[in-house]
Design a protein around this ligand. Structure first.
Ligand SMILES: [Zn+2]
Length: 268
């Protein structure tokens, strides 16, 4: 089933307004789709900065090129998320060579994301940052638990990668992460942070934002007392309601509208 069909089937459940549905169903040329992904990507970086997911030069979000699936667009190494514009994005190939743009790529971005994109042809975008609560949760032997309606988006749909061995600089390590991720939407990289993927940039970015908040909520709950998890049946039901590709995409739309209105230069 293609993405649009899936989205349309999910429309009734998500009650996605028509002004957003038009964005999904419009036919775009390869060039138009590339620009669309770049705009979503630049907006995602601005939002990550707003959410405090920037830690020095760490973190990367990638978007697969619509014309060549072996290429992906990514942030230039060392540029603050809050300053990234569409024209700043660089494109790298499967060997880590920058094929568009003058700035270098973060080697860790290439090592992890190239392998995730290679292992998951369905994945258009992947997001990773050293956000505070995600990296804290990663140091504990925990998954994101179904403690709240929102956290059920990850119920049965994320993994832990427990093989920390320093900064990920080679593709063999990236391959292991991609293998652990399997067909799921997210991974908790032990002693490191969160990684999310999606069929759209919108979805990957939203899963990261809400996974970080779920991690925060879980840590607060355990610090305050003994949380009561949602039972398995209802966690699975809720996951089907809040964890779909369409739900992930839709949740990003108001954030995109907010950030492009506040910071229109991101589209330059
Ligand atoms: Zn990292």
């Amino acid at each position: 089933m293609d993405e649009i069909t899936e989205m349309l089937q999910d429309q009734a459940q998500q009650q996605i307004p028509m002004r957003h549905m038009e964005l999904i169903t419009v036919a775009r040329s390869v060039d138009e789709e590339r620009l669309h992904r770049q705009q979503r990507l630049a907006a995602a970086f601005r939002l990550f900065s707003k959410c405090g997911f920037d830690e020095g030069v760490a973190g990367h979000i990638t978007a697969r090129d619509p014309g060549d699936p072996t290429l992906f667009w990514v942030n230039p190494f060392g540029m603050h998320f809050s300053q990234i514009r569409v024209s700043d994005l660089i494109c790298t190939d499967h060997t880590g060579t920058v094929v568009s743009g003058d700035e270098p790529v973060n080697r860790a971005a290439y090592a992890i994301h190239s392998q995730v994109h290679a292992a998951r042809p369905d994945v258009v975008a992947a997001a990773h940052a050293h956000s505070l609560y995600g990296k804290t949760l990663s140091s504990l032997a925990m998954l994101v638990e179904p403690l709240t309606q929102d956290s059920c988006a990850f119920y049965g749909d994320h993994v832990r990668f427990d093989d920390f061995s320093g900064v990920v600089l080679d593709t063999e390590e990236g391959k292991k992460i991609a293998h652990a991720l399997g067909g799921k939407k997210a991974a908790i990289l032990r002693n490191h942070g969160l990684l999310t993927v999606g069929h759209t940039v919108d979805e990957a970015a939203w899963w990261f934002i809400t996974m970080e908040r779920s991690a925060q909520s879980q840590l607060i709950a355990y610090a305050a007392g003994t949380p009561i998890p949602i039972d398995e049946e209802n966690a699975a039901l809720t996951a089907s309601q809040v964890g779909s590709h369409a739900a992930g995409w839709f949740n990003f739309q108001p954030l995109y509208e907010r950030i492009t209105r506040e910071q229109p230069d991101l589209l330059d």
